[in-house]
Design a binder for this molecule. Structure first.
Ligand code: A2P
Length: 257
């Protein structure tokens, strides 16, 4: 049995010069938990060329969706950004990853903190009804350099808000906080600063960070992850994993090339 499923590309959307998303068919044998990633890619010269990608689609959805950067000289993304409807992609059979609700101690408020394409696993998780059962409030923070880089997330949130099932849930429990660092926008600044100063909580009109109630998932640039880890550990938060649930869990946003 091959290590991959061969899936057909169903749609491709280019959001900026450096960001695109695409959907594909999904083998009924491909199972995953929302928030996980798999190795995906293309066959190049008869060989698989793969990178880790978080599923941006939820596990109840029929199609797979991925959100990617484009790197001009990146071995995979320079090719992947050229894919068209009908092309074949490879999807590894095994999904894995730490950004799953079971790796967190029960809590009341879930903070999903992302930069760039680190949004992808949270796109999956905010489409998971179980997440809204486990938490009273779900806050999605997405930090980017430019306003245009927020577009994928903005559209995702708008679409879910208009959904018959998720719309009411989101109005009751969900808060979206996009923030931009390098041009004017209604929310400005790095996620690290917004958390350390507690400005995030003031802006959304909620209680400050509290280890009793807050559970956190982090996905994005390595620098952001490291700096946030220091901020949370200094406040007593413990990192969770499969064998030991904690107050926060971390995954880097993988595709860099
Ligand atoms: P900044 O513009 O101040 O560098 P990148 O495109 O480099 O991955 O960055 C995506 C977003 O993450 C940008 O808004 C960037 O802010 C922010 N960022 C980068 N490094 C850190 C860090 N160490 N802590 C917090 N935010 C960061």
């Amino acid at each position: 049995m091959s290590a991959f499923h061969r899936e057909k590309v169903l749609s491709v959307r280019h959001w900026t010069d450096t960001l695109f998303s695409f959907t594909s068919t999904r083998s009924s044998a491909f199972r995953f938990q929302n928030g996980q990633f798999a190795m995906i890619g293309l066959e190049v010269d008869g060989r698989p060329l793969l990178r880790a990608y978080s599923m941006a689609s939820a596990n109840h959805e029929e199609e797979l969706e991925f959100f990617s950067i484009k790197v001009a000289d990146g071995p995979l993304t320079s090719r992947l950004q050229e894919i068209k409807q009908g092309d074949t992609i490879l999807v590894g059979r095994k999904a894995t990853g730490t950004l799953i609700a079971d790796n967190l101690i029960p809590g009341k408020r879930l903070l999903l903190l992302s930069t760039g394409t680190g949004l992808a696993p949270f796109a999956s998780l905010i489409k998971d009804p179980d997440v809204y059962e486990r938490f009273e409030t779900v806050v999605l923070v997405h930090g980017c350099r430019q306003v245009s880089e927020l577009a994928y997330g903005e559209q995702l949130v708008a679409t879910l808000g208009g959904d018959e099932f998720f719309g009411p849930l989101m109005r009751e429990k969900f808060i979206y906080y996009p923030t931009v660092t390098r041009e004017p926008f209604r929310n400005r600044g790095r996620i690290t600063d917004l958390i350390a100063s507690q400005q995030l909580f003031g802006d959304i009109g909620l209680a400050p960070l509290d280890i009793e109630t807050d559970r956190i998932m982090l996905c994005g640039s390595p620098g952001m992850l490291e700096d946030l880890r220091v901020i949370f550990e200094a406040r007593g938060f413990l990192e969770g994993n499969h064998s030991d649930p904690g107050h926060f869990v971390i995954e880097k946003a993988f595709v860099e090339r």
